[in-house]
Structures are given as structure tokens and as C-alpha cells.
Design a protein around this ligand. Sequence first.
Ligand code: NIG
Ligand code: FE
Length: 408
Amino acid sequence: MLKLIGPFKEIITLSGASQKGTLGDSNLDIIKNGGVIIEDEKILKVGNFEDLRSEANTIEEVEGDYILLPGLIDCHTHLVWGGTRARDYTLRMSGESYEKILEQGGGIFDSVEKTRKASADELREGLIKRANRHLNDGVTTIEVKSGYGLNVENELKVLNVVKNAKADVEADLIPTCLAAHVCPKEFKDKKEFLTYLEKELLPQLLVKGLANRVDIFVEPSAFPMEIAKEYMLAAKNLGFDLTIHADQFHTGGSQIAVELGAKSADHLEASTDTEVDLLAKSDTVAVALPGASIGLGMQFTPARKLLDAGASVAISTDWNPGSAPMGDLLVQAAILGIYEKLSSAEIFSGITFRAAKALGLDDRGKIAAGMKADLIAFPVDDYREILYNQGKVKPDLVWKNGKQVKHV
Ligand code: NIG
Ligand code: FE
């Protein structure tokens, strides 16, 4: 069955845009008055709507002016948690630092306590609510980290919640094990904790199909470089893809990410020219997390410098109860864009195919033949209106795997 959807005033295909480095508006590869032929879950053909009419079995006509983009991809979230961190946020607004709150046993530890106490059903409900809000905003692929369990039992509970929620969420959920988020209070020695994860938890994840990606928070207050590198090397040898919470407050994590060939290095607010250069020369995607900068009132990831140096830059929400409670990808990408002076093509690529690369996926994020038919249509008549409205204009229409999941 070949289904034609359209006509769209403009289709922002991003089809020829490069994986790395700077992009300009010509890289948007816009098709005017376009249509998309979908076969099952994939895009078969993109072109002029009228020209495609005769090639389709059915036509789903869209009424009004719409701009079509690939479904958005959020490649870094912590969507499963219990409780709230409104108290932390209030403390931070009055000047307390994130690291100090953590050192005093609050912050991430607070979410760990509440997540351990929560039942799988409660966690599932929260995850489904957040993932569906994201889908409604046009996010069709969502990475989800564990990391508020911090022991075998609770990390498995959380990753099982992600696996089981897939039946109730139309967006794709990509699980990542972040058991090495911080060292739980019951372990006095960080290295001992990482060895416990390596021996007792990681092998189970592969057998049970719960995650094939491993993350770690590399920071003196979480896991210092030397022991973090050993753990990540062990994870790599077990067959996991790697991603790293890197250079958020201190440099170091991005170096490990590049050395071990991680899919992505995320945060990078503290990265200097040395780290920018390292990342630019590598295949590791640099992931900017403006939601964390906004939530902590700190500087943004140097996205402009990274792109100019030749890196691949993705943009993600880091949606979590602590540092990044907003969880609005388009708003945050638009804000990062105006502060860091990014082109529309750099911003759209950062929340589509470059974010897909950070997840090791090459089957989505562009509107081109063979790609997944994950598509979103904005009720505007010029693509510039989308970022100009700073993310407040959301898509009216959303297709996931070729099926329309949001209507007007
Ligand atoms: O990516 N920096 C470490 N981890 C998360 C925050 C988690 C939390 O504060 O609960 C982040 O910002
Ligand atoms: Fe994070």
C-alpha cells in the first residue's frame, strides 16, 4: 500500500546535510508544495505533491499551510523518576550550587530515595505521561536513562519499566543504563561500586534485552576519570555502546569518550578549546543540553565553537527532575540557537539526524527514501516561523512509523 500525504507548503528534508560541521540554510534542502509517499513504516519517495499523485494507492490530503520536518529525536533524557526536586530548584534559585546540594546528600540522592520507594506501576505512569507529552510536541524517538536506582534490583526495576512502557508509547524509547550516575550511600568505595555494576548488573542487561547502551557521570563529585575509564572499557568489551556525561563542571569525560569511541559526549558546558578540538576530530557526537544550563543557571555548551571546529552537534533536553525539569526540546533548541548563533539547519539537524547518530541510529532524522516515516507538520507558512516562535508553536500533525498519531 502506497500512501501519499500532503501537500505541504515546504518540506524541510535535510536530505543532503552533512553529519559533521557547519551548515547553512541551503542545507535544509527544501521541497516546495511537496508530498511524501509512505510504504508501510518507511518513506518511499519525496517530491512535488501533484507529480506524486499518480504513483500512490491512497492519498491523505492535508488542508491548510504546513511545514513538514522529520520527527524530532531527544537523545538524552532521564524520564523515569519518583518524587520531585522543587526544593532543590528553590535552593538553587537562592544561590546554592548543584554540586554542594549533591555533596550534602541531596540532589540526585533525593531522586534515588524516591525512585527506590516508588512501585514499578507508579514509575511507568510517570514515564508514559512524559513520553506522550514529548510525542505530542513532535518528539518521535526518545532515549531514556536509568540512574536513580543505583543497585541491581532498582536499576532492573527502572529498565524493565522502560521496556514494558513501549507497548503504551507510540514514540520509540531507547534505553540506556546509567547505574554509574553517582556512588550510592551504602558503598564507601567508588571503584568497588563500579566493579559490582560490571559483574552483577551489566551482563544481565544484555541477556534480558534491557539496554545495549551504558553511560557514566564523569566528575570528581560522581566518578573520577581513571576509574570511570576502566568501567567504560569493561562495558565496551561486554558489547555495549557508550555515551558519557562529560565536562559538565570539570573537563575529563570528553577525553574518555573520544578515546573509547563513545557514540556521544553529553553536556560539555566546561569544555575548553582542547576538548572542542578532540571532539571535532572524532566520530563522537557532541550533545548540548540547554535545558541543564537553563535549570542550573550556567553557561551553554560551546555549540558554535564545536561546529566551527568540525564536530557533529546534537541538542537534547536532559529532561530530569533535578537539573532540567522543563523537558521541551524545541523551546530549548531555539534558545540555544539564539545564544550560540546557530543556523536553522544546524538547529534542526541537532534535533533530528545528528541526534539519531548519537544513538547509533541511521534510519531516521531526514525526510528521504528509505528513512522511517516519522514526520511532523507545523501550522506555519515559512520554516523561519518555527524557531522565531521559540518553540511555542508545536506540530499539529505527527506521523510515527507512517501512522498518523496526532491530528488537529
Ligand atoms: O544530566 N549531571 C548528572 N546527571 C543529570 C542530572 C540528574 C539530576 O540532577 O537528577 C544531568 O544533568
Ligand atoms: Fe543527563
